[in-house]
Design a binder for this molecule. Structure first.
Ligand SMILES: Nc1ncnc2c1ncn2[C@@H]1O[C@H](COP(=O)(O)OP(=O)(O)OP(=O)(O)O)[C@@H](O)[C@H]1O
Length: 959
């Protein structure tokens, strides 16, 4: 058998339908990291029934479905199909077998073998002991190597069991164990039920025997009772017939008496009817008399009643007249009250109109104040406008003033320069002028004092001379002063006068200054006016507020007055209504008085009529009393003859009563007998559920009279009592339990046989498994050592059963000794050594039972060039017996393959298969021979190290 092809769709990175065609020999699956090579191995494991997601490198099973890329959407189904060529390895009669597994994202999973749906278990069983399968060695990955070498020795057994072909046995063994367990549990269950049933069986058996005796006695008792009851029945029937005969005779006697009585009764009835009619008339007359008396007394009573009513009516009329007076007084009072209320209402209305007038005045005052406020505000507005205009003019004047000042300063400067004015010179001239003035003052004071002295002391001449001297000194001083003034004037520039001229700059400046001053003064006045106006507005507002408050108060008063007027009007109306009501009552009362008076007159009329009727009735009474007397005499005469006839009838009636009671006595006895007969039937059917009539004609079971029958019954009853309590259903229950007992006993026996068979089968399976295991183990052990030495170029490898006495459960230890090293546990080996050891164990197993195809996923990864050569050579040797699909990155391994299959990811995330070289189909097939050369070298080297390299065959134990 070999793996022909794998078809993948939607499995992991195989988003497209991919077909991988394999050939016999060695196929290398190559491609860059992550392109999906190991996914192919996962796909094979998955089809073969792998359920452990970890082993498939997934978290959940649905992770194996293509989950999309940047450009592709995820798929919802994954499907992988293996096509195998079957040369009899698989237990199916087909040359080609396809195994398919499909998984939907919903979790639904399907398996098909050659297109037919099967269960997972079927797929697994198909590959038992073929070396293929999830636990087998046909799929060897790095992880598996670790598993073989590192995990617990017990876990390694699977490899050997698969090689020994005992997986199927083991499964059967487990199945048999499970069955055995189930059978024993069933046996236990059946046995406990049987024990229980057995207990009931014994009890019920005893009870059933007792019940049988009981039933026989009960039947005897029943027959005796039937005999007794039938005897009684016959006795009752006889008595019944006798009573019937006697009843007939008594009935005849009674009927004769009845006839005689009927004749007497007829006669009596006719006489009685005559007396009765007289008595009826008598009663009638009596009734009439009684009626007349009643009518008479009724008339008397009615007359008295009417008289009474008349008196009451008169009292009532009197009282009503009094009430009428009271009502008219009340009406007058109400009218007065209404008039008073109407007057008050009118006064209040007048007050309201006064208030309205005041309100109008106040409102007018408020309006005027508001008008004044408005005017004041308008004046303020105008003043403010004027202020603004003035301020604008002031600004303009100031602007002009600045210009004039600038002009003035400029002109002054120019003129000063032009005039050559010097302040120092002017100061000097001022000093000179001042000195001349001082000199003149001194001269003036000196001359005046001298003149005064001459005037006081001197003569005229002296006075004249002094005056002349004084004047000439003054003229001299004046000359000097005029000179100084002239010089000073010469020093002062003349242009200032031009400035001060009416059209001069200074005059303009002054006029502007005046203007500004006037405008500012006007604004000050206006602002004052505004302040005054605002104060006036405020004062007006206060007045308005006060007026408004007054107004509100007045309005409030008005509302109160309105309310009062309304209340008064309402009161007046109420008084008027009440007055009308009183008047109406007055009228009603008057009408009632009139009615009462009318009624009093009517009552008087009635009294007269009733008195007349009373007198008529007294006359009729007199006539009837006479008739009554006559009738009483006639009735007394007739009653005497009736009494004689009645005596005769009484005697006949006595005789009839005796005859009747005799007949009734007989009929009671007859009915009693009949009841007794019915009682017999009923009590019999009640007690036995059967009809006594069934037994009436039958032969008695016992010959004897009723006493003997009763004695016999007593005997049977005594025997029944002796039996004690009886389970009435015991016989039927016993039959049931007995059936069950036999059935369960049979079942227990069957289960015992089945258990013995299963024990035997299990023992056989264990024996066979053990034998096969030991054989295989020994062969693998031997092969392991040989291949280890070949791969390592020497050394030693050993397998050891941890529990040799229990080979079927024992773990297997691996001990290796690479050349030149100590014998050590595999945990101490290097990565490469570990790989080589695993490969050695794999091939050692292969030699015993080669797997039809094997997938090796990068198990050469840790090997150096030299060891890869050895590994490839070994592959070649085994490729005769098995098909190898090798995933590798190693060139040497690639070169050793017959077929090269490329896995690429041209589209990112989507794996694609490319057939690169198929052995025999392209020119590179010769490369297959290359690794052989290495092998020669290796062998040469190995030969150097080891005395002799064993020639490898399929199984060296066969050599
Ligand atoms: N459900 C899935 N859908 C799409 N792609 C998946 C899915 N599961 C795994 N892959 C992709 O498969 C690739 C891994 O493939 P695989 O392990 O087979 O690579 P490889 O060729 O064996 O790489 P290496 O040589 O490194 O061992 C990853 O890129 C991963 O994203």
């Amino acid at each position: 058998m070999f793996l022909k092809s794998i078809d993948l769709f939607g499995f992991k990175s195989f988003a497209e339908k991919s077909h991988i065609q394999f050939t016999d020999g060695i196929s290398a699956l190559i491609g860059p990291n992550g392109c999906g090579k190991s996914n192919v191995v996962d796909a094979v494991k998955w089809v073969l029934g792998e359920q452990a997601t970890k082993s498939l490198r997934a978290e959940r099973m649905e992770d194996i479905i293509f989950n999309g890329t940047d450009t592709r959407k995820p798929l919802n189904v994954a499907e992988v199909t293996l096509t195998l060529e079957n040369d009899g390895v698989l237990p199916l009669d087909f040359p080609e077998i396809t195994i398919r597994r499909r998984l939907f994202r919903s979790g639904e999973s399907e398996y098909f073998v050659n297109g037919a749906p099967v269960k997972l278990r079927d797929v697994r069983e198909l590959f038992y002991d073929t070396g293929i399968g999830k636990t087998a060695y046909s799929i060897m990955e790095q992880g598996k190597i670790d598993q073989i070498l590192s995990t617990r020795p017990e876990d390694r057994r699977a490899l050997f069991e698969e090689a020994a072909g005992i997986t199927r046995y083991k499964m059967r063994g487990r199945e048999a164990d499970r069955k055995l367990e189930r059978t024993e549990a069933n046996m236990h269950e059946v046995d406990s039920v049987l024990t229980e049933v057995r207990r009931s069986y014994d009890t019920l058996k005893r009870q059933a025997e007792k019940t049988t005796s009981y039933r026989a006695l009960r039947e005897e008792q029943f027959n005796l009772e039937v005999d007794l009851q039938v005897a009684r029945l016959l006795q009752y029937r006889e008595q019944e017939e006798q009573f019937q005969e006697r009843s007939g005779t008594a009935r005849q006697e009674r009927d004769n008496l009845k006839q005689a009585i009927d004749g007497l009764n007829e006669k009596l009835e006719s006489e009685l009817s005559r007396v009765n009619s007289m008595e009826s008339r008598l009663v009638e007359v009596q009734k009439r008399l009684y009626g007349l008396e009643l009518e008479k007394s009724s008339r008397t009573e009615r007359i008295a009643l009417i008289r009474n009513q008349q008196a009451q009516l008169e009292d009532q009329i009197e009282a009503e007249r009094g009430r009428l007076k009271g009502l008219s007084r009340k009406a007058e009072e109400q009218e007065q009250a209404a008039a008073t209320a109407e007057r008050s209402e009118e006064e209040t209305r007048l007050q309201i109109s006064e208030v309205d007038k005041t309100v109008a005045t106040v409102q007018d005052r408020i309006a005027r104040s508001q008008e004044r406020q408005k005017e004041a505000r308008e004046q303020i507005r105008q003043a403010e406008q004027t202020i603004t205009a003035n301020e604008r003019s002031v600004t303009e004047c100031q602007k002009e003033l600045r210009a004039v000042t600038d002009e003035l300063v400029g002109a002054l400067d120019t003129k000063l320069k032009e005039s050559g004015y010097s302040s120092a010179e002017r100061a000097r001239h001022e000093e000179t002028l001042k000195a001349a003035l001082d000199q003149m003052e001194i001269t003036l004071r000196g001359r005046r004092e001298a003149l005064q002295d001459h005037l006081r002391l001197g003569g005229v001449e002296e006075r004249r001379a002094a005056a002349e001297q004084a004047f000439s000194a003054l003229e001299e001083a004046l000359g000097a002063l005029s000179e100084a003034v002239e010089r000073y004037q010469g020093a002062i520039p003349r242009f200032l006068d031009d400035f001060l001229a009416p059209e001069g700059t200074m005059t303009r400046k002054r006029s502007l200054d005046d203007n500004v001053e006037k405008l500012q003064e006007a604004n000050r006045g206006l602002r004052e006016k505004i302040r005054d106006l605002n104060e006036e507005i405020q004062a007006l507002q206060q007045t308005i507020d006060t007026e408004r408050e007054n107004l509100e108060q007045m309005k409030l008063n008005r509302v109160q007055l309105e309310n009062r007027a309304g209340a008064l009007l309402e009161a007046a109306r109420r008084h008027r209504r009440e007055m009308e009501e009183t008047r109406r009552h007055q009228k009603e009362l008057e009408t009632r008085i009139e009615g009462d008076q009318r009624r009093a007159r009517e009552l008087e009329g009635q009294t007269v009529a009733l008195q007349k009727e009373h007198d008529d009735l007294a006359r009729q009474e007199q006539e009837l009393r006479q008739e009554l007397k006559r009738l009483e005499q006639d009735i007394a005469g007739n009653n005497k003859s009736l009494q004689a006839e009645e005596e005769k009838l009484r005697r006949s009636m006595q005789a009839l009563a005796q005859a009747q009671s005799k007949l009734e006595g007989l009929q009671v006895k007859l009915a009693e007998k009949r009841t007794e007969v019915r009682g017999l039937y009923d009590s019999f059917s009640e007690r036995h559920g059967r009809d006594l009539r069934e037994f009436e004609g039958r032969q008695p079971s016992f010959e004897g009279d009723q006493k003997q029958l009763r004695d016999e019954m007593t005997r049977v009853r005594g025997e029944l009592k002796e039996l004690g309590s009886v389970n009435l259903m015991a016989v039927e229950e016993f039959a049931e339990v007995s059936d069950r007992y036999e059935f369960l006993s049979g079942q227990l026996a069957d289960l015992r046989t089945a258990r013995d068979d299963l024990v035997r089968v299990t023992a056989e399976i264990r024996r066979e498994s053990q034998q096969l295991f030991v054989e295989t183990y020994n062969r693998v052990r031997k092969n392991f050592h040989t291949i280890f030495r070949r791969l390592f170029g020497g050394g030693r490898a050993e397998l050891r059963l941890i529990d040799p006495d229990n080979v079927l459960d024992s773990g297997i230890d691996i001990l290796v000794q690479p050349p030149g090293k100590k014998l050590e546990s595999i945990t101490l080996l290097s990565g490469g050594e570990r790989s080589l050891t695993a490969v050695a164990l794999l091939f050692a197993t292969f030699m015993v039972r080669p797997a039809p195809f094997t997938l090796l996923d990068e198990i050469d990864a840790a090997l150096d060039e030299h060891n890869v050569g050895r590994f490839v050579n070994m592959l070649h040797e085994f490729s005769e017996q098995s098909q190898f699909i090798v995933i590798t990155h190693n060139k040497k391994t690639v070169a050793g393959a017959n077929t090269l299959l490329g896995v690429t990811m041209q589209e990112s995330g989507v794996s694609q298969i490319v057939a690169l070289r198929i052995d025999g189909q392209d020119g590179k097939q010769g490369q297959k021979g290359k690794p052989g050369q290495d092998e020669t070298d290796d062998r040469a080297q190995a030969g150097d190290q080891n005395d002799q390299e064993p020639q490898l065959a399929l199984d060296d134990t066969k050599e």
